[in-house]
Design a protein around this ligand. Structure first.
Ligand code: NAD
Length: 254
């Protein structure tokens, strides 16, 4: 813990890369932990291609989305500790794989949601190919879709062009949003240290970021309950629960 506190206090421009593990203490299951979403849903059904092809998969995706919002998740100590570093005047950028919006809700302002947001929905076109949304540009709050679902329409269409509507998140097999990737790369270039929190570091291209950071000479710290494939690259590794670890480590820094 002392090493992590020292690591944070030495960082002049910190980039924090977070995964689903930073939000499990807010009651949102991750993918790969015991009891995680992959014990309930088949990841092979959750690809962009399957979403386009199958009304059944779309219905399942909407059901998952409603389940997600029904719990009304709130930021936890880990989100708050990261936001607190920024409030204390430190330069902190957050690249998150999460779609839950909890970093911003906790007060972080410099956030890239690299896998999109569950808060919005978008038109992806009638039959987009190659994992690329080809919508008309229409977007709305997710509550728009929930109203239609509650009214019995379990596959809402785009009100402008009749295309398919999907959560504004990046599914497996879906192209990354180039603007978010660009923003994340800029954050990486401006940083001098990287902290990873709650990610199995198995989902690419995000799992490449810590490797790029280390290659660029940045020190890396990882806080994750379980070992990750990149622990060997890190200067500091803590295998424990993010909330208490970050609350304690940042207390001496802010
Ligand atoms: P992952 O499920 O692959 O790995 C999560 C890691 O976090 C695991 O190694 C686990 O041991 C660790 N972990 C769980 N709870 C923790 C805690 N409280 N403290 C410390 N470590 C903890 O998740 P990932 O690496 O983010 O990649 C999978 C994908 O999951 C991402 O693309 C993300 O978009 C998506 N996802 C997001 C949410 C969300 O928005 N909250 C939820 C589920 C999945």
């Amino acid at each position: 813990m002392d090493e992590l506190a020292e690591f944070l206090s030495n960082a002049r421009a910190l980039v924090v890369l977070t995964g689903a593990g930073v939000s499990t203490e807010s009651g949102i299951p991750d993918f790969r932990s015991p009891g995680g979403l992959w014990t309930k849903y088949d990841p092979r059904d959750m690809t962009f291609q399957r979403y386009v092809e199958s009304a059944e998969v779309r219905a399942l995706s909407w059901a998952m989305r409603r389940e997600f919002f029904a719990t009304n998740p709130q930021p936890n100590d880990a989100h708050r500790a990261i936001a607190e570093l920024e409030r204390a005047g430190r330069s902190v950028g957050v690249i998150t794989q999460n779609i839950d919006g909890l970093h911003r809700q906790a007060g972080s302002t410099n956030v890239v949601e690299i896998h999109g947001t569950a808060a919005r929905v978008m038109c992806i076109g009638h039959r987009p190919l190659y994992g690329e949304p080809q919508g008309c540009g229409w977007e709305a709050q997710t509550s728009w879709a929930f109203k239609l679902l509650e009214a019995g329409n379990d596959d809402p269409d785009c009100p402008h062009c009749g295309g398919l509507v999907k959560s504004a998140t990046i599914s497996f097999g879906q192209a990354m949003d180039p603007r978010s990737m660009h923003h994340a790369e800029r954050m990486l270039n401006e940083a001098d240290a990287m902290l990873v929190v709650g990610s199995s570091l198995q989902v690419y291209p995000v799992a490449a970021f810590p490797q790029e950071a280390v290659q660029a000479g940045m020190p890396l710290a990882i806080v994750n309950r379980e070992p990750t494939p990149l622990d060997r690259l890190a200067r500091v590794v803590v295998h424990d629960t993010a909330g208490p670890v970050l609350a304690a480590a940042t207390k001496t820094v802010v």
